[in-house]
Design a protein around this ligand. Structure first.
Ligand SMILES: [Zn+2]
Length: 255
C-alpha cells in the first residue's frame, strides 16, 4: 500500500511506493506509538528504565479487551521489554502517569500529526486528543485518540532516530532492537546491520486491517528511517518483510 525510506540526515525521501497513500491515508498507528509514549514518560521523568512491572496478560480499557499477545515472559516487563514484546499491559500501566493532555502534547511535538512536507502535494494531517485516563492509555497504545499518515509516522520516527545518542533513547532503542531480534518485527532483521523497529496491527472501524512497520537503521547511528503500511492482519507478517526488503536494498553489501 505505502512504503517510504528516507535519509535521516538530509531529511529526504529516498524511495517511496504508494505516495498518495503515504500522504493521505489517516488511521490509528497502533503499537508503533508505544516507543513514542514510553519516551515521553522517560523525558518527563515519570518512569525510569529499570522500573519493572509484572504483566498480567489481560487488559480491558473503556470496555475494550486489549489482552497481550506476547508469550509468557519469565521476567517482569520494563521499558525496553514492553517495547520488544509489545506489552499492552505494561504500556497502559505506565501511561496512567501522564497528566491530562501530556501525551497528546508529546505526540504533536514529534510531528506525528503534522504535515511532514516530505513529498510534494497535499498532505493530510493526523490528530491527537484524549480526555479521560482510559482514553490516554488507549492513546499510548496507539489504538484510539491518535491518527497519523504514513508520512507523519515516518517524521516522528526520524525525530527519535535523531536522538539515538541521547541516554533517554537507550531503553527505547534496546526495545526496538529486541522487537527485531526476537519480537514481532523479526522479518525486518538484517544479517549485519542492527535495525530498531516496531510493528503495529490495527483494525479500523471500516473493517480495514492496517499492518504497520516503523523503524530506523543502523539502530545506534541511524542513516535511514522506514515506514510500511500494508493491508493485512499483522504488522509482523505483512509489513515487516517489506521493510526488511527496503533496508536490504539500501544497505546492499553492508546488510
Ligand atoms: Zn504483556
Amino acid at each position: 500500500m505505502a512504503n517510504i525510506l528516507m535519509s535521516i540526515r538530509e531529511r529526504r525521501v529516498l524511495t517511496c511506493q504508494g505516495s498518495e497513500i503515504a500522504k493521505r491515508w489517516l488511521g490509528a498507528p497502533g503499537s508503533t506509538v508505544k516507543p513514542l509514549s514510553l519516551l515521553a514518560l522517560l523525558d518527563a521523568g515519570k518512569v525510569n528504565e529499570n522500573e519493572e512491572f509484572e504483566c498480567p496478560g489481560q487488559l480491558i480499557l473503556a470496555g475494550r479487551s486489549l489482552n497481550c499477545s506476547h508469550p509468557k515472559v519469565p521476567v517482569p516487563m520494563n521499558v525496553s521489554r514492553a517495547i520488544a514484546y509489545s506489552c499492552n499491559c505494561a504500556v497502559a500501566h505506565f501511561a496512567q502517569r501522564f497528566a491530562p493532555g501530556e501525551l497528546e502534547e508529546a505526540l504533536l511535538r514529534y510531528g506525528l500529526a503534522s504535515r511532514s512536507g516530505l513529498l510534494p502535494g497535499t498532505e493530510a494531517v493526523g490528530f491527537a486528543g484524549a480526555e479521560t485516563g482510559a482514553e490516554q492509555q488507549l492513546q499510548a497504545l496507539g489504538e484510539q485518540g491518535v491518527t497519523a499518515t504514513p508520512l507523519g509516522l515516518l517524521a516522528a520516527y526520524r525525530r527519535m532516530a535523531r536522538r539515538s545518542a541521547d541516554p533517554k533513547m537507550r531503553p527505547i532503542i534496546e526495545g526496538m532492537e529486541g522487537a527485531v531480534e526476537f519480537g514481532t518485527a523479526q522479518r525486518a532483521r538484517l544479517q549485519r546491520v542492527r535495525v530498531a523497529g516496531k510493528t503495529g496491527s490495527v483494525r479500523m472501524p471500516s473493517g480495514f486491517q492496517a499492518a504497520w512497520f516503523a523503524g530506523f537503521a543502523p539502530s545506534l547511528l541511524p542513516e535511514v528511517a522506514v515506514v510500511v503500511l500494508a493491508q493485512g492482519r499483522s504488522g509482523g507478517s505483512d509489513a515487516a518483510p517489506v521493510a526488511g526488503r527496503l533496508l536490504r536494498e539500501y544497505f546492499g553489501a553492508r546488510a
